[in-house]
Design a protein around this ligand. Structure first.
Ligand SMILES: Nc1ncnc2c1ncn2[C@@H]1O[C@H](COP(=O)(O)OP(=O)(O)OP(=O)(O)O)[C@@H](O)[C@H]1O
Ligand SMILES: [Mg+2]
Length: 270
């Protein structure tokens, strides 16, 4: 579904991505995790053909995104659901038109079904009253929620979400994460990729984590394995954000026993 081979990218001679290779297969659910500024959004934009890499190869749904014509790229990207940090809405369309546009191009729903779906999605992202508003009338956070609603309106082969829940309240975050997860449940072959700085979001969302630091992939695999067997930086990054959480919550997250024994006292675990 997604294959990157030795992707590098610099801005003004500053490397932002260094020799990044990864592969996401059908049915996989993956978190792209790493500290702010490590290159996650740039990587997603390269996958989608929005930013050209300096070197390396990209394949998205079989299309060579670094060399394809604009037309080929467009027809590939239409099979991909995406929600960006900034929302990525069309400014000249209302909220409703933005959602309709995605559904008309990517689903075969009737207009009644589309209208009902819009109603349902806007309610979920708590923006029921924005249907006829234009993006410039919305705050940054509102635009992002509409972007998420738009990505959830279709069931594409690949869905890519950049920081889907940052800045949202915990209840809305959980609802949105569950909805994204359900996208994978609806169609078994779908691939889901979310970028996040939050260890907790990443491990709640997926078993497999691709961990980035300073433009490089530093670990890729099951987080349960990485949190025990990763190198010092990997273990520190994954664990430091989980220390101090309630032990029952830690268990709910499915944190592995050796990690629990290392960080919580025996009587708390008993
Ligand atoms: N268009 C651009 N021009 C110059 N520098 C850029 C550009 N886009 C990104 N960068 C730089 O590339 C680096 C990686 O940015 P990127 O947005 O990919 O990080 P990120 O991991 O998504 O961060 P965050 O978690 O804060 O969203 C940053 O240092 C950023 O300043
Ligand atoms: Mg980003």
């Amino acid at each position: 579904m997604i294959i990157l081979n030795a992707i590098s990218k610099s801005y003004d001679n500053t490397p932002v991505l260094k020799n990044v290779s990864l592969r996401v297969d059908p049915g996989e659910r993956v978190s792209l995790l790493g500290p702010g500024g490590c290159g996650k959004s740039t990587l997603l934009k390269i996958i989608l053909g929005l930013v050209p890499p300096d070197s390396g190869e990209i394949e998205l749904l079989g299309c060579d995104m670094a060399h394809a014509s604009e037309k080929e790229k467009l027809s590939t990207v239409r099979r991909v659901g995406m929600a960006f940090q900034q929302g990525g809405l069309f400014d000249f369309m209302t909220v409703e038109e933005n959602l309709l546009f995605a559904m008309e191009h990517m689903t075969d729903m009737s207009s009644e079904e589309m209208s009902a779906k819009i109603e349902q999605l806007l309610k979920i992202v708590k923006l029921g009253r924005t249907r006829r508003m234009f993006p410039h009338e919305l705050s940054g956070g509102m635009k992002r929620r509409i972007g998420i609603a738009r990505a959830l309106a279709t069931t594409p082969q690949v869905s890519i979400f950049d920081e889907p829940t940052s800045g949202l309240d915990p209840v809305t975050s959980t609802i949105i994460l569950n909805m994204i997860s359900e996208l994978g449940g609806e169609a078994q072959d779908n691939a889901l990729l979310i970028a996040t700085t939050s260890v907790e979001i990443a491990i709640r969302f997926s078993e497999r984590i691709i961990l980035m630091n300073a433009g490089e992939i530093v670990a890729d695999g099951s987080w349960k394995k990485l949190i025990i067997e990763g190198d010092d930086w990997v273990r520190h990054f994954l664990s430091v954000r989980l220390i101090g959480i309630d032990v029952s919550y830690a268990r709910e997250l499915g944190l592995p026993d050796p990690f629990l024994r290392q960080h919580w006292s025996a009587d708390l675990l008993a």
